[in-house]
Design a protein around this ligand. Structure first.
Ligand SMILES: [Zn+2]
Length: 352
């Protein structure tokens, strides 16, 4: 395995994201299961884990989510729990090829209870899904006070869970790296495989590069991650300035690759219906987070997490960061496995 190289940009943004709970990780072994076969096992494992949790109260959740009880938005938690079970049931039906079958009248929870009754879950999966469930519930507990990728404010926002079955996009944040850095190597790896991704670049980092962005992103999509890596939830005026300034620079330097999309750093943005967002730019979040920015997570661990979440969600937006070399090294692990599953990544332009 090549040694990890850390670019100057990566050092400047030592910590990309917030994480308080230990991330959910699982080691995947090679198997010959089809996408649907493997997906069915993951869906039932996640559902069984959720259903084994007791009734969720603030007092029960507080120590598990590392929050104070009065910080927890229980309504949001219950909404996300319900939506997760609903999506798991829809995905289960897709996995067994029963998408058009009539839905029984019982709730998703009741149906999943019946489906998982005799399902034997393995310990590693249970551990993974419990940690993942708490990761999600923590985001839900803080929403909307602290906005994140856990939920949408309006229809101008894309999470990835809205897509059709088996539709996946690759996305990479926080670049570009310095010249001939990790971004350049990743794009070469993508081009070599004839696939494309959306790069959410920082205006300030793009400005530092020589005038080579049109060339660099030629067969890829380029969109805004703001001017600098800060929360865009503080003021509408500041957020608009940051988005416009970065979008203008990216559009001017790589016009043919530019798409009108914005990904807020940390997923933090305002709940606003400013016409700018409605008319000019789409907010693109994510639902399959590699957690590759965490130092303790190896390339294999990040790739295994992504593959597992691809099986659970069966659609969506995969998030990596192109300022680290992990993204490039993980690409063949994900691409080769997806190919064996007959999954190809969607063309980046089709996302908006
Ligand atoms: Zn970022």
């Amino acid at each position: 395995m090549p040694m990890l190289r850390v670019s100057a940009v990566a050092l400047a943004i030592a910590v990309c994201c917030f994480a308080v709970l230990p991330p959910a990780l699982i080691e995947r072994n090679d198997d010959n299961l089809s996408f649907d076969e493997a997906s069915k096992i993951e869906i039932l494992s996640f559902a069984k884990t959720i259903l084994s949790e007791p009734f969720l109260t603030r007092e029960y959740l507080a120590p598990k989510l590392d929050l104070k009880a009065d910080q927890i938005n229980l309504e949001s938690v219950n909404k996300i729990r319900f939506r997760t079970l609903e999506n798991l049931l829809i995905n289960y039906k897709a996995a067994i090829g029963d998408q058009n079958g009539e839905l029984p009248r019982s709730t998703p929870e009741a149906q999943l209870k019946r489906l998982t009754q005799n399902f034997a879950i393995n310990n590693a999966k249970e551990k993974f899904y419990r940690a993942y469930f708490y990761e999600q519930l923590r985001l839900a507990a803080l929403f909307p006070k602290i906005s994140s990728e856990i939920d949408r404010f309006n229809d101008n926002e894309i999470l990835g869970t809205e897509f059709n079955d088996r539709v996946f996009y690759l996305t990479y944040d926080d670049g570009p790296s310095d010249q001939n850095g990790s971004t350049d190597r990743l794009i070469k790896a993508l081009n070599d495989r004839n696939i494309n991704a959306i790069f959410f670049a920082l205006g300030s980092a793009a400005q530092k590069r020589e005038n080579d962005l049109a060339d660099l992103y030629k067969d890829q999509c380029l969109a805004s991650h703001g001017w600098t890596h800060i929360s865009h939830a503080k003021s509408v005026k500041e957020a608009l300035r940051s988005i416009e300034q970065s979008a203008n620079l990216l559009n001017a330097r790589a016009h043919n690759s530019y798409i009108a999309a914005f990904r807020p750093p940390y997923g933090r943005r305002l709940d606003n219906s400013d016409p700018f967002f409605r008319d000019k730019i789409k907010i693109v979040l994510w639902n399959i987070d590699s957690q590759d920015w965490q130092k303790t997570i190896s390339v294999k661990a990040a790739a295994d997490r992504v593959l597992t979440l691809m099986l659970v969600w069966r659609k969506g937006i995969v998030l990596f960061h192109d300022i680290y070399d992990k993204a490039e090294i993980a690409l063949p692990l994900i691409y080769d496995r997806a190919k064996r599953w007959n999954i190809s990544f969607a063309n980046c332009r089709s996302i908006i």
